[in-house]
Design a protein around this ligand. Structure first.
Ligand code: ZN
Length: 80
């Protein structure tokens, strides 16, 4: 049983930024302002990293990450 009241750890925030976070944990994120702040910060870091050539292993990887980030964060709407 997943305890949705538990805060996300850094691994889970990373998964969220990649669009891979399980729905049960995403529900906590939608409810928890602390985790939202952490997740937003992590997402911004990732967005910056993928734009740096030395951190991009391949154009395909950056494109996939960017596509997922866009799909999961449409204009910062957390209620969706
Ligand atoms: Zn939390």
């Amino acid at each position: 049983m997943t305890d949705i009241s538990m805060h996300l750890n850094t691994d889970e925030i990373e998964l969220w930024a990649q669009g891979l976070l399980p729905a049960a944990r995403a529900m906590h994120l939608a409810d928890c302002s602390l985790c939202r702040v952490e997740a937003e910060r992590e997402r911004k870091v990732i967005l910056q990293l993928v734009q740096l050539p030395k951190f991009a292993p391949s154009a395909g990887f950056a494109d996939r990450v960017m596509a997922q980030v866009k799909v999961h964060a449409p204009s910062g709407d957390w209620t969706a």
